[in-house]
Design a protein around this ligand. Sequence first.
Ligand code: CP
Length: 366
Amino acid sequence: MYTHRRHLISTLDFSLDEQNRLLTLAQRIMESPAEHGQRMGGRIMASLFFEPSTRTRLSFESAMLRLGGQVIGFSEAASSSAAKGESLSDTIRVVSRYADLLVMRHPKEGAALVASQASVVPVINAGDGGREHPTQTLTDLLTILSIKGEIKGLTVGCCGDLKYGRTVHSLVKNLSRLGVSFVFISPEELRIPDSLRAFLDENNLQYTETRHMEEAMPHLDVLYMTRVQRERFDSEQDYLRLKDMYILDANKLKSAKPDLCVLHPLPRVNEITPEVDDDPRAAYFEQARCGVFARMALLLMLSGVEPGLLPVQTQTTLSTNTIVCKNPRCITSVEPMLAHAFHPHNAETRTYRCAYCEGDVKGIEI
Ligand code: CP
């Protein structure tokens, strides 16, 4: 079945062609934002943040207002009827009848997919637990393009919490189709998830892993620093042990290329010392600025005001009550009315992949 209503749930939802159009539009907006000032006039964006945010929420709101549209929403679950026990699906069924587009952040993995299934308007994933953050990736790509001119051939280092950092998960998946090589810098406990490593291996992508930032530094064209995601740890002790593993300072930058591009999705805690902010290679505040233009382009395209997104085939999932996803971070763990759903993943090992959190369940006959 083909659907005309498009959403952005995963970073790979847009084809390369569609993504290139979006990035070209974002660059055009960046050059002359005023030309686009009324294009979303009369439309409403709902901004539904069940988890804290500064950049994503405010850059989306800024983007919509700069396009002449209006914004409704909430910035914490406590001020919505989720606090009274309303299911996510019901909240979305209702709010999608009040707005033309929904932007949602939620602490559970797969929540954005649930929202897209319940919504009658396009849904944008503004972060679903530790899984994905596709609009941060659009921001990152726009920043790299505007600084480097081209993405193909770059060596990109991702440093810090690569296990729980959803910005890295989306970025790596997306860059994997753009001809880059990766260096992953993390302690053993915070390595990229197995599923992402399997994705890279299955697609024959080039990557190396190291614990040592100093070892990687001279080879990098882009260094993507990340915060250790305290809110995703089960143990505070583990967080405290790992949180200061990597601190980028002026001394460490001495061995870096003169045109290195240092990115960070922000917020930072102490992964980058303030002295680095004055280094011309520090691009993270410019990155935050790019977020507004990337999101303006996304709003225009998803609402259909700007053409360029094609109808897509909806993926068939296997709904079942015989097996359940055991991942406590999955949206299915808190939505009792939601049927568990899986895609067959590996016939030999009889592995099924949860349609929501992408966790694997092995050795099962359905
Ligand atoms: N980069 C990012 O997602 O920041 P916020 O958590 O402030 O939205």
